[in-house]
Design a protein around this ligand. Structure first.
Ligand SMILES: [Zn+2]
Length: 439
């Protein structure tokens, strides 16, 4: 049978030394090997990858689509976490479903062209916003299923026990298509009770859990202990993730080792959100400001499943964001002072394979039989991808091209500026069957 597409001479992460062709048929990867026969079919197409790196796309384990792109309607003075929560809570009162959808769409489209093919979006639920965010993101999830798989994690950002009506809304969302349940014990009047109620909900609906947790720099106490205890008690290991955990950046190596062992034993995964954590932590300090980013690479060395993620985009929690997970990996590597090839590879893993493991994705990977989720990066290996922020040049979701970027072309003094730029772009737009040889 002919392939719908053949991608020629790519390098698959993990087997970087060999060049292979990837044959795609009916939305799936049908064959991987050297010099695949295209088969006779008028509709089939080839892409010449010229040795570029092929990955199954980046995996965004933690992003807030619903409250993205509101920097222009928020005024912040102190830059603290408390101020960010209060400012967004106030702005949220004016959110409509259409407004949430439009802002989230802008953010999601940026993530798609940065090569993200899988995503977990946290969505806030409380009596003031109701299910507006949940409905808007659910609609967006359906509308963009051609480019990215989005799973929705509903959670009580402003507390659960202190906010009557929130629990019932979480239940309603879980009954109507939420994929998993989140928590935010640090804003709750009774953090341990919130953790217990979230575990109860997770068991009731058979869902994974993803907590916002331990988001300060005081290592003398941690909600992490209670989450690990309950994960073990409920035998929910492998199904629980915690995000931020900035407290861990304030631990000495021996204490961190103990926490790593506890996380590993309980099967609790960790997501580090360097952009937000760098922006919000250490605000009370006038100089030698602590970085406040949990050392994910150290935990990973102990076998803890770790990911790096975006969290917030253009709002008081993080007034930046291009939705590039490669940039987040690069940012983390820079902040964590991890620059050796094995360390940069680990940063790459934390936005790809390890992130997929955190989300319990069973069909992620460039392998025969998996969905043809393919992103081509303009580099030859994961280490240079992180070090040089390699541009994603082509994306495919379930065997359909979902985006492409025209590579930059130097306009040398001796070049004739034909319709150079213009024709290059339109040629690609008209026919993505490119040869990548014009640079
Ligand atoms: Zn978050």
């Amino acid at each position: 049978m002919p392939f719908d597409f053949v991608l020629r001479n790519g390098r698959i992460a993990g087997r970087d030394h060999e060049l292979v062709d990837i044959g795609v048929r009916e939305g799936r990867i049908a064959a991987i090997g050297p010099k695949l026969e295209m088969g006779a079919s008028d509709g089939s197409r080839e892409f010449a990858l010229d040795g570029r790196l092929v990955i199954p796309g980046f995996v965004e384990t933690h992003i807030h689509l619903d409250k993205s792109c509101i920097s222009d309607r928020c005024t912040c003075r102190t830059g603290t976490l408390q101020e960010a929560i209060e400012t967004v809570a106030a702005a949220k009162l004016a959110f409509t479903e259409e407004d949430i959808y439009a802002r989230a769409r802008r953010t999601l489209e940026k993530a798609i062209v940065q090569g993200t093919t899988r995503m977990r979006s946290h969505v806030e639920v409380d009596p003031r916003i109701g299910l507006k965010g949940f409905r808007a993101i659910s609609q967006l999830k359906r509308d963009y299923a051609w480019a990215v798989d989005v799973e929705i994690c509903v959670f009580p950002q402003e507390g659960l026990n202190n906010d009557p009506g929130t629990f019932e809304l979480l239940v309603e969302a879980c009954e109507n298509g939420a994929d998993l349940i989140g928590g935010c014990p640090y804003t709750d009047s009774d953090p341990h009770r919130q953790i217990a109620r979230i575990f109860d909900l997770a068991k009731r609906f058979g869902m994974d859990i993803d907590f916002h947790l331990d988001f300060d720099l005081d290592p003398s106490w941690m909600h992490l202990d209670e989450v690990c205890r309950q994960a073990s008690e409920h035998r929910w290991g492998g199904r629980v993730a915690i995000g931020h955990v900035t407290k861990l950046s304030a631990l000495d190596p021996a204490s961190l080792q103990r926490v790593g062992a506890k996380l590993g034993d309980a099967g609790v995964a960790v997501t580090v959100l360097p952009a937000t954590d760098l922006f919000l932590m250490g605000r009370g300090v006038s100089h030698s400001v602590p970085r406040g980013v949990a050392p994910a690479h150290r935990l990973r060395e102990q076998g803890v499943v770790c990911s790096l993620a975006t969290n917030n985009v253009l709002n008081p929690f993080t007034p930046f964001g291009d939705c590039s997970l490669l940039r987040i990996a690069n940012l983390y590597a820079n902040v964590a002072q991890t620059g050796r090839p094995d360390e940069l590879q680990a940063c790459f893993d934390m936005v790809t394979t390890l992130a997929a493991r955190l989300m319990n994705l069973k069909d992620y990977g460039v392998a025969v039989g998996n969905p043809a989720d393919i992103v081509v990066l303009d580099c030859t290996d994961p280490v240079s991808a992180v070090a040089e922020l390699a541009q994603p040049v082509l994306g495919m979701k379930r065997g359909r091209v979902s985006f492409w970027h025209a590579p930059a072309t130097l306009n040398r003094p001796d070049a004739i500026l034909v319709d150079g730029m213009q024709s290059g772009l339109t040629a690609r737009a008209a026919s993505p069957t490119n040869d990548n040889n014009n640079n």
